[in-house]
Design a binder for this molecule. Sequence first.
Ligand code: NAI
Length: 426
Amino acid sequence: MLNVQCSMKETDLIIIGAGPGGYRAAEYAAKQGLKVVIFEGAEVGGTCLNVGCIPTKTYVHSASFADARERMAQVVPQLRQGVEGILSNPNITLVREKGMFTDDHTVSGYTAPYIIVATGSSSKLIPVPGIDSPKVVDSTGLLNLDTLPGRLCIIGAGVIGMEFASVFRRFGAEVTVIEFLKECLPALDSDIAKRLRKQMEKEGIAFNLQCGVKQIADGEVFFENKKGQTESVEADVILVATGRKPNVSADFSNAGFDYDERKGIAVDENFQTTVPGIYAIGDVNGKQMLAHAAEMQGIHVVNRILGKQDNIRFEVMPAAIFTSPEAACVGPSEDQLKEAGTPFECHKSFYRANGKALAMGETEGMVKLCTEPGEGRILSAHIFGAHAADLVQEVTAYITLGATLQQLRETVHIHPTLSEVLIGVN
Ligand code: NAI
């Protein structure tokens, strides 16, 4: 017992997981003078850098499948090296193993007054017969394919399903999507989601909405359509994109905080678990499964540890879907505002009236801004069209600072840019 205590190494902060939540928190804490030990059992950079946001965006910006494979093999290691550089700060010790809790202050031989769990999430598979067929892959499996599948069937028209449908269609695959709900991208404004789907249908992607997958037999996916009839699609590869589940682990019970296999680690508004001093950030707390949400949560937690006040507004969380064209949003959708009984008005404008969009040949697109009545404070933005993410980012700044539509209109916008679509709202 005595020997165990003597070999224990003390530090200020332990972080489990070196994805965007964990490594950014480590970087920020180390810059503030904290001694940090960060555990990572796989490659640094997490899902986002290795098998998520970065590889998929490399695909989106490549001309062909072969080009995408080649570029991914260059971009990912380069960025990983950048993260290794960040973690080489003298205040940071990177331990290349899976960190395991032995008690509420101890992880794999290190002890600290504060611990951040940032273990991320993994693909959630659906419990249907044949899900273990060799033709079924998750997003990581799809990114690891050496050859472009002739026929790709995608189960789930959420963010992952739609991004891969868009890019694999552009590479020349025949793409069929099967979705449970009556529209794609349930979290997006339904008007924008419908326009995006219609555009993707024009590009040749087949959508089967309100359809539930029943069985997979070799390369054939059997599903029940909205009339209750059984249909099937044959495919060379089947992507399951039906959501992600938090990465929880049995050793969490040694720390004593509440967690659940499905919902992840329970946290309060400051991302503290039910055990004081232990925090959970990013996908593992199941709040907002986005890399940038994880990063900001980590910074907020480090500020709390240091006793520093910040004003990060977690309810103003922009998100983008990198389909072609893009879709992006910040704040509640029109449907959500109606449901909540919030008084609002809706302002729209279209890319086809914008000079830069015409010059770029990107005339398909729409901006929808919801504001308080009387062109008051901006509540949300939902955009579909080229560079939607960048336009939403601009509106995110206005919303964060409590600006009105009039203040947006009075902000000088460079001509000719796509951002002029914002000031063009009716
Ligand atoms: P998701 O939750 O966005 O979508 C899953 C979809 O699958 C839903 O539309 C759901 O109705 C459908 N579904 C579920 N079970 C089904 C079944 N049995 N048959 C047919 N359809 C079924 O999940 P997704 O796309 O897997 O993404 C996981 C997480 O990763 C999300 O939280 C997402 O925000 C995040 N992510 C974000 C990205 C971004 O911000 N650009 C990119 C990729 C992932």
